[in-house]
Write a protein of this length. Structure first.
Length: 337
């Protein structure tokens, strides 16, 4: 599992240090504070470090995931005002093993030091739902130089992995049953197409509500073994296209996966998601929140960890709900604010 990250001069970050927990790690903050960048960075480093043949190098994977202009990693270096050459340095720890990568604005290649062993295939669920786009996507992506970030091709590849033989264990079966009830069926694949199957028949996945497709995808990844003990799940804005009432099920799913040994990284703007994680987690379940923010007197995005929702600071989500409440209260009392 990932235990720490250090990033200097990387995109929005000037000097960042983070300690992760084994369970659920959640990034919160305003738009453009680098939440998705952190997910993509860690994901790319894990993906390219698997002990498998025919994988892209770390440099190639970073370029395919971030899609900088002309594939230049130098575009990911945070530049100081006034110009000059700078260098991005990233250090990520997996257990006791350390991987370092650095690249500068003037360098053509990155420098990589260290390695990981027995690293599993990570799972990245992007904001955009992809099951409905799966037919033909892989052949198009492999043949043409599109601007799709490779996270989209990766998740489709995982969706096509055959299901595991035999029934799932008790906890996974209970989780799959919850998801089945929420989406009113289970996902089945036929060729390159996906359908939602229930007692009424089969429904094309394109006709299923977009938010429900994400939950359907999650059940598929559980059934085909992509999410099991020792794997890592990255989920960018799990609340996207879902009613807040659905956050209880999303939180339950992530907490169950965490209990089963899946390390989770998520970014969110949802009060409901944050509170459901807080209220549903058991006393021995790890969860840590990271507030990303900017300060006028400090370079780059800053980070402040919190062990519970009440300790998140700054918390723009809570501030906005308070602002709306106070505005409504003022209006009901005839105020003019």
């Amino acid at each position: 599992m990932f235990t720490s990250l250090k990033a200097k001069k990387f995109t929005a970050f000037d000097n960042l240090e983070i300690q992760f927990v084994r369970g659920i790690n959640v990034f919160v903050g305003a738009n453009a504070t680098g939440k998705t960048h952190l997910l993509k960075l860690i994901y790319a480093l894990q993906f390219a470090s698997q002990n498998k043949k025919d994988l892209p190098t770390i440099e190639q994977k970073l370029a395919r995931v971030f899609r900088p202009s002309e594939g230049q990693l130098s575009r990911l270096v945070r530049r100081r005002s006034g110009g000059g050459r700078d260098k991005a340095e990233v250090q990520v720890t997996w257990g006791d093993e350390v991987l370092q990568i650095s690249f500068g604005t003037g360098a053509k290649e990155a420098t990589v030091k260290g390695a990981w062993h027995q690293v599993s295939t990570p799972v990245y669920i992007p904001v955009k739902e992809m099951l409905s786009m799966a037919p033909g996507f892989r052949s198009i992506y492999s043949k043409y130089d599109t601007q799709f970030e490779e996270i989209y091709a990766d998740i489709i590849d995982l969706a096509y992995v055959p299901l595991l033989k035999g029934p799932p264990d008790g906890d996974r079966q209970a989780l799959l049953e919850v998801i089945r009830k929420v989406v009113d069926g289970r996902v089945v694949g036929e060729g390159e197409n996906f359908f939602l199957k229930n007692g009424s028949g089969k429904l094309e996945i394109t006709l299923v509500a977009e938010g429900m497709r994400k939950l359907a995808l999650l059940s598929l990844l559980i059934q085909n073994g992509s999410l099991q003990s020792g794997t890592t799940l990255f989920w960018d804005e799990p609340e996207a296209n879902l009613n807040p009432s659905m956050m209880q099920h999303v939180a339950r799913a992530l907490l169950t996966l965490s209990k089963l040994g899946v390390q989770v990284f998520a970014s969110t703007h949802s009060y409901s998601f944050l509170k459901e994680i807080e209220l549903q987690r058991e006393p021995d379940q790890d969860a840590r929140y990271f507030s990303l923010f900017t300060c006028k007197d400090q370079e780059g995005v800053q980070v402040k960890p919190a062990e519970n929702y009440a300790a998140i600071e700054p918390n723009l989500i809570a501030d906005e709900y308070t602002r709306i409440y106070e505005l409504e209260l003022d209006k009901s009392l005839g105020g003019t604010r």
